[in-house]
Structures are given as structure tokens and as C-alpha cells.
Design a binder for this molecule. Structure first.
Ligand code: DX5
Ligand code: ZN
Length: 220
């Protein structure tokens, strides 16, 4: 199993964003997780395609764009042009989920579907074979630094089974409240990609924190 660590810029110092993404990249991150919030679908407001495009030259790592916006389609071409590699969205925020997935892929990006803690896995019934990534939220979206919601663990295992049954290389990412002390448990449930915001950007030494996470993952 290949494990990937995706620091979320939500907990970075926004006044020094370029420097912050370079720092986590050299600290050993695999992806940069870019949280987009609209004060409509979620009660917080962050950054859009302009900031994504501004960051792009600072980092070679894939940009993992997590859209918490409604409506969603309008922004997809903009994020593709801004350098996103993966674009994920919440099915509740799209009028036509299949169309949104197709739009992401037509724009040359990998497509991800994001399920909130209370969102049913039935959203994957007619979509999984078209996805590159499933992102399971282990907090309610909108803020960094929240407590990990443990009821996501059986959902992670169930999605792992569905992905394995399908036999396609679909990443299974978990987002919210991931720390060095629970990352192994989330991996054992079946996740391969881990978003961590406050755990990494809130630590003094990004490289030491990512190294600790990898050590925990190495014994899963
Ligand atoms: C929450 C965001 C997360 C957030 C995670 O809506 O999607 O990516 O930054 O932050 P932590 O790791 O602090 O829970
Ligand atoms: Zn996120």
C-alpha cells in the first residue's frame, strides 16, 4: 500500500503561503490539500483559483483541490487552469453529480467525490467507477482543528471493500482531525491518503511531524 500525506493549507500562515507550501514540500509532503470555502455551502470563506494559480509555481507536488462551494461547476475550469491536479466536490453541492465528475475529467483533472460524516455511501453507487478519489470527511467541513469523528472508520473500511472489488486504482483519502496518534488507525481501516492541517502546520517542525506520521504508517 502506498500512503500519501496531504498537508492542508487551511492551517498555514496565509500571509506567507508560498513559503509555507515550499516548507511542507521539502518536509516530505506528497500532495498539497487546498480547501476552498464559500460561506454558503460551508460557514467559512477561504481562497479561490487566483490563489491556486499563484501557488502553482512554488510547488511541484500535485494540488489536491477540495471544493466546499455551491454551485460547483462554474469554478471547475478555473481551478483546472489554475493548476489543480485533483478536484473533489461534495455531491450535495452539485445539481448533477455525474455531469460534475465528467466536467472535472474533461478539464484534465482527476475527479474526487467527498462524503460528509452523515452522507451515505449510496452516493458512490453510480459514481465510483468514474472517480479517481473518494474523500471521506472525518469532521464536518468548514474549519481546521476539529475533533476526529470516529464513526467514519467503518465507512472507510466499507469504501475500501468497494474499491478493491472494483479493482481500479482509486485513492481513499480521509480529511479532518488526523494526527500522529490516530493516522495508523485510519490507515488500518483502509485509507491511503491523509489530509492533515493543524497537525502539520500547527507543529514547530513540519519534517519531524511528517516523519512521525510515516513511522506510524510503516507499521500498519
Ligand atoms: C475542513 C477541511 C480540512 C481541514 C483539516 O473543512 O476540509 O481539510 O483543513 O484540518 P485539520 O487537519 O486541522 O482537521
Ligand atoms: Zn479539506
Amino acid at each position: 500500500m502506498t500512503f500519501r500525506i496531504a498537508p492542508s493549507i487551511l492551517s498555514a500562515d496565509f500571509a506567507r503561503l508560498g513559503e509555507e507550501v515550499r516548507a511542507v514540500a521539502s518536509a516530505g509532503a506528497d500532495l498539497i490539500h487546498f480547501d476552498v470555502m464559500d460561506n454558503h455551502y460551508v460557514p467559512n470563506l477561504t481562497v479561490g483559483p487566483l490563489v491556486c494559480a499563484a501557488l502553482k509555481p512554488h510547488v511541484k507536488l500535485p494540488l489536491d483541490v477540495h471544493l466546499m462551494v455551491r454551485p460547483v461547476d462554474r469554478l471547475i475550469p478555473d481551478f483546472a487552469k489554475a493548476g489543480a491536479s485533483i478536484i473533489s466536490f461534495h455531491p450535495e453541492a452539485s445539481e448533477h453529480v455525474d455531469r460534475t465528475i465528467a466536467l472535472i475529467r474533461e478539464n484534465g483533472c482527476k475527479a474526487g467525490l467527498v462524503l460528509n460524516p452523515a452522507s451515505p455511501l449510496s452516493f458512490l453507487d453510480h459514481t465510483l467507477d468514474k472517480l479517481d478519489l473518494v474523500l471521506l470527511m472525518s469532521v464536518n467541513p468548514g474549519f481546521g482543528g476539529q475533533q476526529f469523528i470516529r464513526s467514519v472508520l467503518p465507512k472507510v473500511s466499507e469504501v475500501r471493500k468497494r474499491i478493491d472489488k472494483l479493482g481500479r486504482d482509486i485513492w481513499l483519502e480521509v480529511d479532518g482531525g488526523i494526527k500522529t496518534d490516530n493516522i495508523a488507525e485510519v490507515a488500518r481501516a483502509g485509507a491511503d491518503t491523509f489530509v492533515a492541517g493543524s497537525a502539520i502546520f500547527g507543529s514547530k517542525d513540519y519534517a519531524a511531524t511528517i516523519k512521525q506520521m510515516r513511522e506510524k504508517l510503516s507499521v500498519v
